[in-house]
Design a binder for this molecule. Sequence first.
Ligand SMILES: Nc1ncnc2c1ncn2[C@@H]1O[C@H](COP(=O)(O)OP(=O)(O)OP(=O)(O)O)[C@@H](O)[C@H]1O
Length: 390
Amino acid sequence: MSRSAAGRLTPVFVDHLQLADFRSYTAVDVPLGAGVTTFVGANGQGKTNLVEAIEYLSTLSSHRVSTDQPLVRFGAERAVVRARVQAGLEDTRQLQLEVEITPGKANRAQLNRSPLRRPRELVGVLRTVVFSPEDLAVIKGDPGERRRFLDDLLVTRWPRMAGVRADYDRVLRQRNTLLKSLSGRSRVGPPPPEAASTLEVWDTHLAAAGGELLAARLSTLADLGPHMAKAYADIAPTNNEAAAEYRSSVDLAGRLSRDELAEALRDAMAERRLEEVQRGISLVGPHRDDLVLSLGVLPAKGYASHGESWSFALALRLGSFHLLRSDGIEPVLVLDDVFAELDVTRRERLAGGVSAAEQVLITAAVPADVPAVLQGRRYAVRAGEVTPDE
Ligand SMILES: Nc1ncnc2c1ncn2[C@@H]1O[C@H](COP(=O)(O)OP(=O)(O)OP(=O)(O)O)[C@@H](O)[C@H]1O
């Protein structure tokens, strides 16, 4: 979604959500709209399930699970998530998004009631930024959590990158299978000529997709940096600046373009060929990289306090939100279960930081945790029923 001629962002928001056999819901219909909507209810009533469905329509993934099975209501065969999205200044442009999730089989997606050739084509029609308790793992967890954060963000910016990311993962799996078979030989030395040439083919594919992924990561991180630092300073004013630096498994030597990075990857693979064959695994590439998040001179991981880690996680999401807006994209902002984790000052600051959003979806077990300025439309969620809460 791009800027209008007047320079305004095109407003985008979910207007209606409909679920069938998704998570705990047999069937539910929820009218939504621009501005703030809060879902309140006791623990385990199905609040997060609602916003998770919207996230799934946007990204075809969930921040809570890595497989689709838990998304389908226990005992059901498939789930359907359907939403009407308003995308336009004149209230005229409505998009109908639908995805059918069938674990173990290919999912199916529709846009405006026409089946898409590949569900992936749905990615990017609706953009979301989701902040949830699971985000703490981006600060405290393994490098994979930070890679996923960055890759999710760059796919949100450039939906085409979903294909590049999938290609990279596929080629990596195939290359690893070959390396593993070579490492199983009784005497591990340079691979026999036939295997060496097959490996070179995989090197070329891995370097091509890897170079493109790396270039997108580096430019996204560079663009995110100032937004993230500002968001952190707004939430937790200290002298410590929040920063993020890319740590690569290859010597990047200032290279930034996709072709230069692909070449760097190919060189690094050639250099470590013997070691890769011995260990039976791909040792260089974006899948081995990390983001070093720091507060002042100290790394956040292992040093930041619990509150600082929360502020940092929040700054990553708010920074992402502002980055996307500066790209001309209007993402739907989801704040899932986060107000209970923040102190009063940070709640108020978060509320101030999201006031620019066209649509904010909030879940909370305790309504009083949500600052008054964010009290928009409210729904009570209880045992699979979603009803307006006056
Ligand atoms: N595939 C599924 N089939 C049936 N029920 C499910 C499925 N997945 C999750 N649930 C149920 O959904 C409920 C959790 O819903 P959800 O995570 O939306 O809760 P919540 O209202 O956000 O709660 P909290 O305030 O504790 O975060 C649990 O009771 C869980 O058993």
